[in-house]
Write a protein that binds this ligand. Sequence first.
Ligand SMILES: Cc1cc2nc3c(=O)[nH]c(=O)nc-3n(C[C@H](O)[C@H](O)[C@H](O)COP(=O)(O)OP(=O)(O)OC[C@H]3O[C@@H](n4cnc5c(N)ncnc54)[C@H](O)[C@@H]3O)c2cc1C
Ligand SMILES: *[C@@H]1O[C@H](CO)[C@@H](O)[C@H](O)[C@H]1NC(C)=O
Ligand SMILES: *[C@@H]1O[C@H](CO)[C@@H](O)[C@H](O)[C@H]1NC(C)=O
Length: 549
Amino acid sequence: MVESISQRLQREKADLERLGHLHEGTGAGRNWAITFMLAFVGGISFIIGTKYPRDPDSASTLPLNATQPPNHKTGKAELEAAWVDFADVVGQENVSTVPELIQQHAISDWSSHQSDPEHKPFCVVYPATTEEVSAIMKICHTRRIPVVGYSGGTSLEGHYTPTRGGICVDFSRMDKILALHKEDLDVVVQPGVGWETLNDQLADDNLFFPPDPGPGAMIGGMVGTGCSGTNAYRYGTMREWVLSLTVVLADGTIIKTRQRPRKSSAGYDLTKLFIGSEGTLGLVTEATLKLAVKPASSSVAVASFPSLRDAANCVARVVGDGIQVAAVEILDDDQMRFINQAGTTTRKWTEAATIMFKFTGTDSGVKEQIDIVKKIARGTGSLTFDFAKNQDEQKELWSARKEALWSMMALRRPGDHVWTGDVAVPMSRLTDIISETKKDFKASGLTNSIVGHVGDGNFHIILLYNNKERELAEDCVHRMVKRAVQMEGTVTGEHGVGLVKRDYLPHELGETTVDTMRKIKMALDPLCILNADKVIRIQKPAKGEVAEW
Ligand SMILES: Cc1cc2nc3c(=O)[nH]c(=O)nc-3n(C[C@H](O)[C@H](O)[C@H](O)COP(=O)(O)OP(=O)(O)OC[C@H]3O[C@@H](n4cnc5c(N)ncnc54)[C@H](O)[C@@H]3O)c2cc1C
Ligand SMILES: *[C@@H]1O[C@H](CO)[C@@H](O)[C@H](O)[C@H]1NC(C)=O
Ligand SMILES: *[C@@H]1O[C@H](CO)[C@@H](O)[C@H](O)[C@H]1NC(C)=O
């Protein structure tokens, strides 16, 4: 900066001298030139003097009103030039501009973010190694091109929908299991490994990786959203199952957050910083994951209840009594009816509020758990109680839970969209929030259902709406989120923030907490090229853009 100013001054001085020669002989012209030059140099020196050395930014946080809009370069010429650079790194065949692929990397049918055809990546780049990802980031950093990471594409809140053009980095070619350390109970994988594929492989060694989000999700995206699933009640979330990450930062720097021991107090926990950061702080290119030993025996039971309140009460009792069930899922009467209507499972279900339990342990342990839970269910008014007598029945019973979203999507009328919303509250408030929310949604007239990982106080709503009903749906979700915050809960238990929940964070966490997150974002990615606008805003919203709280 200083150099360029002094260069400019020199240039201008030379220009003035030339001007002086032209005017040679006219004394008035020379005097004017000298006066102008002195004033100009004086002025510039004064400005430089006030700026350099500049005081370091002394604030601990970065409030939204102190941000500068990022200066990205997304003109066609710039992106086409970058395309050539990418092709040098990964080969021309691994950079795509095929419209169908671009579309798939911009939005999905299951995203609650309202799609905007304007927002799509210019190209999709498919790297194969950490070094290639680093080279891609260096190109984007130099050229100031926004980058969004993409793994399984199953995230639900507009997580990978670009907002400022740029490119998408798809990790599907990075799908190798790099090292399995059986005796250490850990595995090193690339980000494009799917959790289902991983578990198929691990089964040979009687091991498994517990986090179980949407079918098709991959490790990179699961780190991105800090996901959970039905196993979280017993085993915890993604946050508990990652030992170490290799991450490529915005400027292409490669870091590894830790080695492989089960515990460590060595400095800041950067591993956890990246979990749930939704690709806004760096791109994960390798992950070391903890593994669990497969339980010897397992079973599934399904109980139905006269009302959601009764069902939720049963869950509260089971959890409160410290029964070691492996998973507790709730599905409301509407959801059970939709599953029957969609015919996605082989069985006909009782169309009432339903709880599904998963039990794991030794043979006798599982039997004992089933007996205890059956008693509690009866005590809280259960209508039916069935448990799987074999592996096939187990799969069949659990299938209803796994098919929930698909059965709902199968019921869409032409023009319908689906919205999956997610909140979590402290256990004691679960019954209240579920029944209030259900009442509210019924009143809206929208097709809706409630499903959830209730053992963690976490539940989801699934809504169908068309373009005319979008506002109605938004209002319903808004009231549910507000209810959760008022009950000391969270605006998202597991799906993450994406574009849809950003403006709720200050209400849940406080402005200053979000300002701290923004400071961290800017420290690691000052040019804001990594998944800009996700999780936290980096630029003030337009007037009226944010709904009133
Ligand atoms: C039917 C269905 C059921 C679901 N059930 C659950 C559930 O039970 N629990 C749950 O938690 N979620 C659930 N989800 C949501 C979803 O599966 C999870 O959010 C999952 O973690 C997303 O993984 P993905 O590979 O699809 O990520 P993507 O959608 O590809 O990406 C998610 C985010 O991570 C970023 N990202 C991707 N790859 C990388 C990388 N290598 N480095 C850095 N950032 C990256 C992306 O930019 C994006 O912000 C469900 C979804 C569906 C469709
Ligand atoms: C930003 O807003 C805060 C309070 O909302 C105010 O105190 C501060 O002066 C503002 N800063 C700027 C740069 O406008
Ligand atoms: C592009 O990807 C394909 C498929 O993974 C691979 O075979 C090929 O070698 C890649 N090209 C380059 C130049 O890396």
